[in-house]
Ligand binder design. Structure first.
Ligand code: URA
Length: 191
């Protein structure tokens, strides 16, 4: 199955109780052949309404920061760990994370990114390091199953604490350097 087929099939998911609400399931979006995937946490109200990830305030901040770091939104693939709207912006429950895991795994298999940026603790813990502290791991490359993971702060955390903005900028500069090396295949890789 390709990404379009996966997305067409996804609304039939009944993996957890979130699907019994009225909201739509919002798979990732962007370049289906992206070298770089960024994975967040769950959907905000706007993402649920619009049906695309990262279109609310946190997503817009992320978009501006990616832009400043030299990435166009269309060249990357943006996804969330949990793909249904979480009532009252609650933290996703483990059962909800596990219910969405096969869908995210299928997206990763189909897009085949070489780099995945884990935005926030949930993405970091779900994809690379269960129980890890994102504050401790941020900005460090972790290689797993042939993919280079870079944990960093979720943009929503920056909206709550603007002091973290320079730290995400620093991580995005590191990301840019590695991406450039992979993309142009001219520079030596220094992960
Ligand atoms: N935050 C996320 O983690 N994902 C989205 O899709 C939107 C905001």
């Amino acid at each position: 199955m390709d990404l379009t087929g996966l997305k067409a099939k996804s609304p039939a998911c009944r993996g957890c109780s979130l699907r019994s609400g009225a909201g739509q399931l919002v798979p990732g979006s962007g370049n289906p052949g992206a070298v770089l995937m960024l994975v967040g946490e769950g959907l905000g109200a706007r993402e649920g309404r619009v049906g695309r990830p990262f279109v609310g305030a946190a997503g817009q901040l992320l978009g501006r920061m990616l832009d400043a770091a030299g990435f166009r939104r269309e060249e990357v693939y943006l996804a969330s760990i949990v793909k249904c709207r979480l009532p009252g912006n609650k933290k996703p429950a483990l059962a909800e994370v596990e219910a969405c895991r096969p869908l995210l795994a299928a997206e990763i298999d189909l897009v085949r990114p070489q780099i995945i940026v884990c935005l926030g603790a949930l993405a970091t813990r779900t994809l690379v390091a269960p129980g890890a502290s994102v504050t401790r791991l941020r900005g460090r490359w972790i290689e797993k199953d042939g993919i280079h993971y870079l944990p960093t702060f979720h943009p929503a955390a920056l909206l709550r604490d603007r002091g973290k903005i320079p730290l995400l900028e620093e991580d995005l500069r590191k990301l840019r350097a590695a991406y450039q090396a992979l993309h142009t295949k001219q520079l030596a890789l220094t992960f």
